[in-house]
Design a binder for this molecule. Structure first.
Ligand SMILES: [Zn+2]
Length: 333
């Protein structure tokens, strides 16, 4: 009889669940997803448990076949209590996860982790080369910017499980742009999807600068503007959009430099929804760190890469979390 692991990834839009045999063989990974509910504090844990129950049922399995559940979630998290707190997108001050699930899946170990940290584990197991494994960083560029760091073969977690909130690293302390977190001039204020949209809106309002192409793409309705259209217009050589994208890239170089100064990493893997435009974002960053790294980092530069599991790397990482926990792998002990 096989033993199975459940991995889950809770984001602002989707809750994804994966089922796999404990050997994490590629061909055995099954995935199921639902929209993230926002009705009350317990609706996320309810949706999660019904997703787990149905994926087990569809594969002719029972709770007894499970050896562990790993939950990767948008943070901040309290890793000991197993709950999310103060999350701006999910809508409630505290969202309990572990306790309500444990009532249903009694006896099964349940582990919680911040989603970017989970992704770093996913990269570690599924993608990193041998020489990258002990010192690698994962960066997600999506609605916000987050990170996960493996340094000296150890995943950095911090006191609550929120280490490596690199998106809130100040890249421009004199900035007049305020971040969701309350600070001014965080990296994600310039380079996240929300940041790119807000910078473009700001420039349009303040300077009357804009572009006909961009306005045409959104039917002259600024409420329709997202990072996607800005990148698309930049691709079409629209100067205004290109200047916004250039700013996103510049501050990502600053962010990469900070990460490498702090963690002296061998590789930085990028993921997240914005990396659909990786062909615009990554080449100038790779070029900078291959040819002129000293402008941004004093340490030897890391290799810059993209994860091939774009939207599923956190989910894969949640599976890996359970595997590593049960093996007593020193990376997560
Ligand atoms: Zn911030």
């Amino acid at each position: 009889m096989y033993e199975y692991i459940i991995g889950a990834d809770i984001g602002g839009t989707w809750i994804r669940v994966a089922l796999c045999t404990k050997d994490l063989k590629e061909q055995n990974i099954k995935i199921k997803m639902l929209n993230t509910p926002k009705a009350d504090e317990l609706s996320i844990s309810k949706t999660l448990s019904s997703l787990i129950t149905s994926i087990l049922y569809e594969n002719d399995l029972n709770k007894e076949d499970l050896i562990g559940i790993g939950i990767a979630t948008a943070g901040p998290i309290d890793i000991k209590k197993g709950e999310i707190f103060n999350n701006a997108n999910l809508g409630f001050k505290v969202i309990p996860l572990k306790e309500p699930l444990q009532k249903i899946f009694t006896e099964i170990p349940i582990y919680i982790i911040n989603d970017a940290n989970a992704s770093a584990l996913g990269i570690h197991y599924f993608e990193a080369t041998e020489e990258e494994k002990d010192n690698l960083v994962y960066v997600t560029m999506s609605t916000g910017i987050g990170g996960g760091v493996i340094c000296n073969g150890h995943l950095l977690l911090g006191k609550d499980g929120n280490a490596a909130e690199i998106g809130h690293g100040l890249v421009n302390p004199q900035s007049s742009f305020q971040c969701n977190c309350g600070a001014f001039g965080c990296w994600e204020v310039y380079s996240s999807g929300t940041g790119v949209r807000n910078r473009a809106l700001e420039a349009i309002k303040k300077t009357n600068l804009s572009s006909k192409i961009l306005m045409y793409m959104i039917d002259n309705d600024l409420t329709k503007l997202t990072a996607k259209e800005i990148f698309q217009a930049a691709r079409g050589a629209d100067k205004f959009s290109k200047s916004i994208v250039d700013q996103c890239i510049y501050f990502t170089k600053v962010g990469v430099g900070l990460i490498n100064n702090f963690y002296d990493c061998k590789a930085i893997y990028f993921g997240g929804a914005m990396l659909k435009d990786h062909d615009l974002i990554l080449p100038p960053i790779i070029d900078q760190f291959e040819n002129d790294p000293l402008l941004f980092t004093i340490n030897r530069p890391p290799k810059i890469k993209k994860t091939k599991y774009l939207e599923n790397i956190g989910l894969r990482g949640a599976l890996v979390l359970v595997k590593y926990k049960l093996e007593g792998n020193p990376i997560i002990s």
